[in-house]
Design a protein around this ligand. Structure first.
Ligand code: ADP
Length: 369
């Protein structure tokens, strides 16, 4: 029995195959699945993925794939756990395209393609928003006219849920009760943090869309909302949206790169690179501190994502703002990317945990079977 994990985006498709012990058997990444200007062809991409799985000898027959776990970005308020994709669930995912017009349509196209090409397999949806459905109202309602929530669904949803859930599970395995009041930091091209109390998300930095929160590769993160209004008046809504989502963050600040590695290379000679790094670390540290109020204390901080896992410099820069909370970095362990990199016996444990969203999706899919 094999489980296939599919992450279908607007221009690419990632896949990974697992056995029932959740060992990864192989993965792949299909880029540019829609030629410029054309509608992306997810069916062709899934076909290509399945051919490659067979060619590599990962399965002798496709019927060995008993289930497919699909990453679906938006589950709205309806889904707080993985679900088997029935026709009515598929309709709901379609309805939720209204809330995630960039993400849910390609996710749905991936589902339709797999249903057609693997008709015997159970299709499961794992939602990026699900883990944050435990947020209390005071954390997810914006101070806007209340009807906007009731009528339009305008509220904070949070994203990267699978990654935050995975971090919290690993933290619990490593630390037991000493991870009860945990801040999880997914720092990659997209970045978000979550306050996790006794394994449940009680607050997170992303909101109605992934634009809210800390600055990211190309997203602004939190700004005065009046700036968005002003930009919209000046440029029109589409260009304003593009500016905030695709031209801001590290890219906007440096004018050159959204890639943290580039900034770390140029920071000594380029003041803008250093400023972008400083803003990023300062804002992340502020969110961690804010979440200590949500958690009424702090036992551990867990880092993941391309930046969170790999850059000791960034982790140290973030932690330097937090000694008053009991955060103490062991510099050698941090440099070596050791799993637990806090000073032994310090009040707050610091963890570096490689992200594995695919494995978590496979694990949840298996559980549902
Ligand atoms: P995504 O959010 O798209 O999944 P990743 O989690 O792969 O992205 O993170 C991408 C980010 O991680 C990029 O900004 C990249 O520069 C950064 N990154 C990757 N490796 C390193 C490294 N060794 N040091 C610092 N940043 C890194």
């Amino acid at each position: 029995m094999k489980i296939l994990v599919i992450n279908a985006g607007s221009s690419s498709l990632k896949y990974e195959l697992f056995n029932k012990k959740l060992d990864s058997l192989g993965d792949g990444y299909i880029e540019r699945i829609g030629q410029k200007g054309q509608i992306p062809n997810h069916e062709k991409a899934v076909k290509q993925a399945l051919e490659s799985i067979q060619k590599k000898g990962l399965v002798t027959s496709l019927v060995e794939i008993k289930a497919v776990g699909h990453r679906v970005v938006h589950g709205g308020e309806k889904y707080s756990a993985p679900v088997r994709i029935t026709p009515s669930v598929q309709k709901e995912i379609q309805k939720l395209c209204k809330l995630a017009p960039l993400h849910n349509p390609p996710n749905l196209a991936g589902i339709k393609a797999c249903k057609k090409l693997l008709p015997k397999a159970t299709q499961v949806a794992i939602f990026d928003t699900a883990f944050h459905q435990t947020l209390p109202k005071k954390a997810f309602i914006y101070a806007l006219p209340y009807d906007l929530y009731k009528k339009e669904g305008i509220r904070r949803y949070g994203f990267h849920g699978t990654s935050h859930l995975y971090l919290s599970k690993v933290a619990k395995k490593l630390l037991g009760r000493k991870a009860d009041r945990l801040v999880t930091c997914h720092l990659g091209n997209g970045s978000s943090l979550a306050a996790v109390k006794n394994g449940k998300s009680i607050d997170t930095t992303m909101g109605f869309t992934p634009l809210e929160g800390v600055p990211m590769g190309t997203r602004s993160g939190d700004i005065d909302p009046a700036i968005a209004v002003k930009l919209s008046q000046k440029l029109g809504p589409e260009k304003a949206d593009n500016l905030l989502n695709k031209q801001s963050g590290l890219l906007g600040l440096t004018g050159k790169s959204s890639d943290m590695r580039d900034l770390l290379v140029t920071r000594k000679s380029n003041k803008k690179s250093q400023l972008a790094i400083d803003i990023f670390c300062y804002k992340v540290a502020q969110k961690i501190a804010a979440f200590t109020a949500s958690l009424q204390g702090l036992d551990a901080i867990a880092f993941t994502g391309g930046i969170g896992e790999n850059s000791g410099y960034i982790r140290a820069q973030i932690c330097q703002y937090l000694p008053h909370l009991g955060v103490k970095v062991d510099a050698t362990k941090n440099r070596k990317n050791t799993t637990i990199f806090s000073v032994k016996g310090s009040k707050v444990s610091l963890l570096n945990i490689p992200a594995d969203e695919e494995k978590e999706i496979a694990s949840q899919t298996l559980k549902l079977l």
